[in-house]
Write a new protein. Structure first.
Length: 374
């Protein structure tokens, strides 16, 4: 293999794919990125066996071929090369010691390589369900649910976003749900063409995070292909393929209360800033904050045996019976950050039951928050 590629194009592609590669690997080949040169382009592939990303960049290819080199080392070199420089890559099984040489300006690097045939291939298999989403819609589904993904490995089926087709008030929707047992996020959008028969799938947390990074620069539509065991997202010059979590997502509808009758409407930005201020005093472990509601008024309180106490009063729209309820301040702020409109609407029942939070102007997202004793 012999090629020349512009440093910016190489760096962009490596920046997208190198984070898939785990820093600690028991299998040496998994620390490498595979570089595949064909006519006029270079395809870079990184995988951790569960997730693979292939990105293609334009390159001046003198000799086609495939090599592998350490992903993080190559990324660090590309990062430190002068802007605008041309990077020459040459190597393959015939090269001395199977090594790869990299030249840019007056710099020359000789990099260790491993045989390309040892690089694991993600079995594509048949992906029978195909539909398209806009990059903005997919970003919205991920951004408004990923904060609620569980990090507790024992409940592995909660370590991702549950994506499925559903019905909402007689309308077919594509729904994304995430929960960690303390809070739940449910976001929906109109069902895309071709997605009517998609199976309910759980996208793993790492896949969600890597996909979200790629979406920042995505233009146009995202082609989604699904089976019961794997998913593929293809857009621009990138193809991301991932295994799905093999588990059953719980019946989340059961935990969404439908008859909470105590309704609080409050300015979301003012509320979030007040929660953040008052929570300064709460103990780091519980982050507990108390909401006391009376007619037209909301009082936030936090106390700590070490730091003292804090109170703040806010104007709010509330006409039901007075109630005191406690929440984890961090969870409240996480939800407040997802609300893009001015108003947040809290529907409560009592101090021990789940509370529903929504954007007053947008019914497509719904959040459920479990209270805590304060």
């Amino acid at each position: 293999m012999k090629l020349t590629i512009e440093r910016g194009a190489l760096l962009k592609a490596l920046g997208h794919i190198q984070s898939v590669v785990e820093r600690r690997n028991t299998i040496p080949i998994l620390a490498n990125v595979m570089l595949e040169a064909s006519k006029g382009k270079l395809a870079l592939t990184a995988t951790d066996m569960d997730l693979a990303i292939i990105e293609t960049a334009a390159a001046d290819v003198a000799k086609t071929g495939t090599i592998t080199v350490q992903a993080h080392t190559l990324y660090d070199i590309a990062r430190k090369l002068p802007e605008g420089s041309q990077v020459g890559l040459e190597g393959g099984p015939d090269a001395k010691g199977g090594q790869v040489s990299l030249r840019a300006g007056r710099s020359t690097f000789t990099l260790a390589s491993l045989p390309a045939e040892d690089f694991p291939k993600m079995a594509g298999g048949d992906l029978p369900h195909n539909f398209e989403l806009s990059a903005g819609d997919l970003r919205g589904l991920i951004d408004r649910t990923r904060f609620a993904i569980s990090t507790e490995e024992t409940r592995y089926y909660l370590n991702g976003i549950y994506l499925h087709a559903a019905q909402s008030n007689g309308v077919k929707v594509l729904r994304a749900v995430a929960t960690d047992g303390h809070r739940l996020a449910r976001v929906e959008m109109p069902l895309p063409d071709g997605a009517g028969s998609v199976p309910g799938v759980i996208l793993p947390r790492k896949t969600v995070m890597e996909l979200r990074k790629l979406l920042d620069e995505a233009q146009g539509a995202i082609a989604v292909s699904l089976s019961d065991t794997r998913v593929r997202f293809a857009f621009d010059d990138v193809v991301l393929t991932s295994k799905l979590i093999d588990g059953t997502f719980p019946d989340y509808e059961r935990v969404i209360p439908s008859n909470n009758d105590k309704i609080l409407e409050v300015d979301c930005k003012v509320f979030a800033e007040a929660v953040d201020r008052v929570a300064t005093i709460s103990t780091e472990k519980s982050r507990a904050i108390k909401l006391a509601l009376a007619k037209g008024q909301l009082t936030l309180t936090a106390t700590s045996p070490d730091a003292g106490s804090a109170t703040e009063e806010l104007e709010a729209s509330y006409t039901a019976a007075p109630i005191e309820i406690g929440f984890n301040a961090r969870y409240l702020l996480d939800i407040a950050q997802q609300i893009e409109g001015d108003g947040a609407r809290f529907s409560m029942s009592d101090a021990a039951s789940p509370t529903v939070v929504q954007d007053s102007a947008d019914a497509s997202a719904l959040y459920v928050l479990m209270p805590m004793r304060v």
